[in-house]
Design a protein around this ligand. Structure first.
Ligand SMILES: [Zn+2]
Length: 423
C-alpha cells in the first residue's frame, strides 16, 4: 500500500463506519476495513477523525471570482446591478488576469477540502475569453482538482442576436455542460425557447445541463416545470440540474408540491446557492422579508437530489466568501431550518455524495475501488464538521496529498480549549 489512514470515522451515505482503516494504492482506495496490517509507505493516524470523499462545489463563477470592486462596488446589492457591473467589466478582462484570480480562488477551495468544482463560464462575448481561460486552468490544475465548465449565457440565449452562436462556440471549444438563464429572457416564450435550445444542444452533443433557473422572487417564473418536462420526456434523468430555483420559495403550496412530485419523477437535480441568494433575493421586499432560498428541506423529503454551490467568491454579486463549502452547508442548514439530527447530516451530504450525483461523478466515495479523493477533517462526525468548521488536515487527490492545514490551537488562561463537549 502507498498510504494507510488508521482509525478513521468514515463518512457514508447512511451510518458512519467507526474506527476503520483506509488503504490507498496508486490513485485508488484499495480497502476500507478494521485493522489493515499491510505495509505502507506512509501511515496517518486519524485518531477517530472524520474521513469523507472530497467536498464538491457544484456551482461557482470562476471567471468572476475576486473581481469585487475592480470595476465599481455593487451599492444596491442587487443581482441586476451585479450583472450591469459585470457587463461593464467584461470587455477589460485579460486571459492572464482571469486565470490568476481563478487559480487563487480554486486553491482556497482545495485547501478547504474541495476536489471537484463545476464552474460557469460567461459566453456572452465573441472572444470567449472566460471559456478559454477556464479550459486552460482546468488542464493546469487537474492534479489537484477536477473542474467542469458550463457554457453560461449571462444575457440569455434568445433575447440578444448572436447569443446562440456564442454558446455553441464555447461548447465547440470544449465546455463540458450546457447552461442557460431562461428567467432573464425578455418574454416567457423566449425563456421556453431557450430551454428547448439548451436541451437540443445537450442531446446532440451528449452533454449534461446546468441552468440558472428562476433565480428571481417572481412567483410567476416557472421555467423549472419546462425543464422537468423536457428531462422527463427526453429520458435525461440525472443529467440535468436546475440551479437556484428561488421562485419556488414564493410559489403557492399547491403548485410547489405538485411540481416537487414531477421533479422527483423526472430525476432532475437541484443546486441551492445560499450565499448569493440570501444576499441578493427579496431586495424589493419590505417586512416580512422572504428568505430567498429554494425549498431544500421539502425537496429532499420528496426524494429529489439537492446539492449546494458556493456561486460567488468576492465578485460583483457577493463581496464576501472564501471558498468554504462547509460554510455554505451550514448556511443552508440554518436558513432552511434543518436542525434535526438527520437533517444536519443531510447538509453535509449535499456538499459530498449528493453533489457527486449532481455532477455525474463516478468512482466517488470512501469505498473500495473508488478514486482516492479524500478529506480528513479535524472533527469526529458530520455534525461536528458543520458545528465547528474544522481544518481539513489532509486533502488527497487521486491518492496524492495536495493540501494540509494545521488546526488552530486555542488557550484560555493557559488551558487548552478544543470545542468538544466532552462527557
Ligand atoms: Zn450562478
Amino acid at each position: 500500500m502507498d498510504i494507510i489512514l488508521k482509525n478513521a470515522n468514515v463518512a457514508h451515505r447512511d451510518e458512519p463506519i467507526r474506527a476503520a482503516d483506509i488503504a490507498i494504492k496508486g490513485e485508488k482506495i484499495a480497502a476500507v476495513e478494521a485493522n489493515i496490517e499491510a505495509e505502507a509507505g506512509q501511515v496517518i493516524d486519524c485518531g477517530g477523525r472524520l474521513v469523507s470523499g472530497s467536498l464538491i462545489d457544484a456551482h461557482v463563477h470562476l471567471d468572476a471570482v475576486l473581481a469585487a470592486g475592480l470595476e465599481r462596488d455593487n451599492e444596491s446589492g442587487t443581482l441586476f446591478e451585479g450583472i450591469e457591473i459585470w457587463g461593464d467589466f467584461k470587455p477589460k478582462l485579460t486571459l492572464e488576469a482571469v486565470k490568476e484570480r481563478a487559480r487563487r480562488a480554486v486553491d482556497w477551495e482545495v485547501a478547504q477540502g474541495a476536489g471537484f468544482i463545476r464552474t460557469h463560464a460567461d459566453t456572452s462575448e465573441d472572444s470567449q475569453l472566460p471559456t478559454r481561460a477556464l479550459l486552460e486552468l482546468r488542464d493546469e490544475l487537474k492534479d489537484r482538482v477536477d473542474i467542469q465548465i458550463v457554457a453560461f449565457p449571462q444575457v440569455g440565449a434568445k433575447s440578444f442576436p448572436g447569443s446562440e452562436a456564442q454558446i455553441r462556440a464555447s461548447l465547440d471549444m470544449g465546455a463540458d455542460v450546457v447552461g442557460g438563464i431562461p428567467h432573464n429572457e425578455v418574454t416567457r416564450e423566449a425563456g421556453v425557447d431557450s430551454v428547448m435550445f439548451i436541451f437540443d444542444e445537450a442531446e446532440k452533443r451528449g452533454l449534461m445541463i446546468d441552468v440558472h433557473c428562476d433565480e428571481i422572487d417572481d412567483s410567476h417564473a416557472r421555467f423549472l416545470e419546462v425543464m422537468v418536462e423536457q428531462t422527463f420526456k427526453r429520458g435525461m434523468a440525472g443529467r440535468v440540474t436546475a440551479s437556484h430555483c428561488v421562485a419556488m420559495h414564493s410559489y403557492n403550496n399547491a403548485y410547489a408540491y405538485r411540481l416537487m412530485g414531477w421533479i422527483e419523477r423526472s430525476g432532475l437535480n437541484v443546486t441551492a446557492n445560499p450565499f448569493d441568494n440570501l444576499i441578493l433575493q427579496a431586495r424589493q421586499d419590505s417586512y416580512p422579508k422572504r428568505r430567498g432560498m429554494t425549498r431544500v428541506k421539502e425537496l429532499l423529503q420528496a426524494g429529489v437530489n439537492v446539492g449546494i454551490g458556493h456561486d460567488s467568491i468576492m465578485d460583483p454579486w457577493y463581496p464576501l466568501g472564501r471558498g468554504d463549502m462547509v460554510e455554505a452547508a451550514s448556511l443552508t442548514l440554518h436558513v432552511c431550518q434543518m436542525s434535526g439530527v438527520q437533517e444536519i447530516d443531510a447538509c453535509f451530504d449535499m456538499i459530498t455524495w449528493r453533489n457527486a450525483r449532481n455532477l455525474g461523478l463516478e468512482d466517488y466515495g470512501v469505498t473500495k475501488g473508488a478514486n482516492a479523493d479524500l478529506v480528513v477533517f479535524d472533527a469526529a462526525s458530520k455534525a461536528d464538521v458543520l458545528r465547528i468548521n474544522p481544518a481539513c488536515t489532509h486533502v488527497f487527490k487521486r491518492g496524492r496529498l495536495v493540501a494540509e492545514t494545521k488546526p488552530a490551537e486555542s488557550m484560555v488562561m493557559g488551558g487548552a480549549v478544543d470545542f468538544v463537549r466532552g462527557n
